[in-house]
Design a protein around this ligand. Structure first.
Ligand SMILES: [Fe+2]
Length: 160
């Protein structure tokens, strides 16, 4: 692999990710790496981005399972990529993550933003509930997500 190939490029989602996607494409193998607490963080991140690029329901399922990981950094990344994927299948898990007061604030913040990005109406009541969360990272993310949902509900050609 040339040096140019190793420099992080722009993903198919338009993001520059902290790790390139794993070259492994088998969802079950990627799931195993993601869930294995003994695998290096860099490799687990690579599995996350490869699962994101896979886009299948099994890949979304594996990413949702990843919230059992002990690393808040990794869980935060999972919420981020689920927002990028915009797959409604992840909505119940993201609602659970946002609603969990034991969860790290940045993970809850990212779950709220992901719910806004997915744009599923089922998220509205929970986002409204946490508008009053004592943590501003959570309440502000819910506000942004609700505004995004409202914008998507507007009739055509609204200019803000
Ligand atoms: Fe964030």
């Amino acid at each position: 692999m040339s040096v140019a190939d190793r420099i992080p490029g722009v993903s198919e989602y338009g993001s520059v990710d902290p790790a390139p996607p794993s070259v492994e494409s088998n969802v079950e193998a990627l799931r195993k790496s993601l869930l294995d607490e003994d695998v290096k963080m860099f490799e687990r991140m690579r599995a996350v981005f490869s699962l994101r690029n896979n886009r299948s329901q099994d890949a979304v399922s594996a990413l949702c399972e990843g919230f059992s990981a002990s690393s808040a950094l990794l869980r935060h990344e999972l919420a981020y990529v689920l927002g990028q994927m915009q797959d409604k299948y992840a909505v119940p898990t993201l609602i659970e993550v946002l609603s969990n007061h034991e969860e790290h604030v940045m993970v809850r913040h990212e779950a709220a933003e992901a719910l806004g990005a997915i744009g599923d109406r089922r998220a509205r009541p929970v986002l409204e509930r946490f508008l009053k969360d004592p943590l501003p990272e959570v309440s502000e993310s819910c506000e942004v997500a609700l505004d995004l949902l409202a914008l998507c509900d507007e009739p055509n050609d609204v200019s803000w």
